[in-house]
Design a binder for this molecule. Structure first.
Ligand code: NAD
Ligand code: UDP
Ligand code: UDP
Length: 310
């Protein structure tokens, strides 16, 4: 049995990951400061004999023992990471150093959850891992984008200097049950608005695109990345089917049967126009590809919000 540390384990992705690792008979230690995570996400795991929770902020050192580390701690939605930008940068940089220090001391393999945001507003489409990105270093998204870029550099340099087993994945927009209903991301906003009969707030002209991956597919990608012995990465994980925000709004109206109207609001500064992963590397090296289509995933997600939030 391995002891696996999941930082950010009380968040959307982290809670699904903890559940999956427990189902595979691991000892799981969830570390979270509950800034953007929620105790409801992991309440059903409390009392499991192999599950522990530590309230801790990874900006501060942490001395525990672990065989593997999944470092997910970092607010992920633009609203939550821009709430306290300096704290977001500290989490991605000082927090990453601490988790790398812990991994080094324990001889643990460590996964860094990077993001498609390292590509910024991309000039290359779809985005391949060897594209270096187009990020505004002083814009409102930079606390997140640049923090994650520094974290990638830290991982690579710890790997090279100390021969450590680091793994880097670049996650593209992922959605599913347990996304905080109020964290401002587009999928949770549109579903909540549709269920409440409010207008769906499309930002800009709604022609910008994103590629939406269902959570179970992504978690499967994490596990495959950590189980293989060869590749450090970075490897893109995401669903290569691209949708405009208008298409997403219309699909959600159809699934919920809502009579809500679409409203057009101003586009936030530096909002990327297109985003779509090239997943050739994940397919070839991890034998991974998403299985859940958008309508199926949105149907599961809508059921979660209907059952738990309203
Ligand atoms: P989330 O906000 O639901 O989860 C993040 C978790 O980290 C929360 O539980 C939060 O309380 C915790 N956290 C934040 N700062 C912390 C700190 N300093 N110390 C300890 N815990 C802290 O977001 P998520 O969607 O589950 O994202 C998880 C990870 O995946 C993040 O690192 C995010 O950048 C990355 N990611 C997610 C997506 C996506 O589409 N969901 C895309 C790209 C990257
Ligand atoms: N660290 C930690 N837990 C550990 C080991 C290290 O939080 O179990 C922190 C430690 O406080 C340090 C950071 O990780 O600030 C980086 O550790 P490393 O060994 O790389 O650097 P050093 O201690 O030599 O500065
Ligand atoms: N968006 C929108 N309405 C909303 C929330 C977001 O049209 O209520 C748009 C946003 O401008 C962006 C896309 O949806 O173009 C995805 O936004 P999100 O915050 O989910 O993630 P991002 O990929 O921008 O980090």
């Amino acid at each position: 049995m391995s002891t696996i540390l999941v930082t950010g384990g009380g968040g959307f992705l982290g809670s699904h990951l903890c559940e999956r690792l427990l189902n595979e008979d691991n000892d799981v230690i969830c570390v979270d400061n509950f800034f953007s995570g929620r105790k409801e996400n992991i309440r059903h795991l409390i009392g499991h004999p192999n599950f522990e929770v530590i309230r801790h902020d990874i900006v501060h050192p942490l001395h525990i023992e672990a065989d593997q580390i999944y470092n997910l701690a970092c607010p992920a939605s633009p609203v939550s990471y821009q709430h306290n930008p300096i704290k977001t940068i500290k989490t991605s940089t000082l927090g990453m150093v601490n988790m790398l220090g812990l991994a080094k001391r324990c001889g643990a393999r460590i996964l860094h959850t990077s993001t498609s945001e390292v590509y910024g507003d991309p000039e290359v489409h779809p985005q391949t891992e060897d594209y270096w990105g187009s990020v505004n270093p002083i814009g409102p998204r930079s606390c997140y984008d640049e923090g994650k870029r520094v974290a990638e550099s830290l991982c690579m340099n710890y790997h090279l200097a100390h021969n450590m087993e680091v793994r880097i994945v670049r996650i593209f927009n992922t959605y599913g049950p347990r996304m905080a209903p109020d964290d401002g991301r587009v999928v949770s906003n549109f579903i909540m608005q549709a269920l409440r009969g409010e207008e769906l707030t499309v930002y800009g002209d709604g022609k910008q695109t994103r590629s939406f991956c269902y959570v179970s597919d992504l978690i499967d990608g994490f596990i495959r990345m950590m189980k293989q012995d060869e590749q450090v990465g970075p490897i893109n994980l995401g669903n290569p089917v691209e949708n405009t925000m208008i298409e997403l709004a219309e699909t959600i109206l159809e699934i919920t049967g809502s009579k809500s109207k679409i409203r057009f609001d101003p586009l936030p500064k530096d909002d990327p126009k297109r985003r779509c992963p090239d997943i050739s590397r994940a397919k070839a090296l991890l034998k991974w590809a998403p299985q859940v289509d958008l309508k199926t995933g949105l149907t599961h997600t809508t059921k979660y919000y209907r059952d738990t939030q309203l």
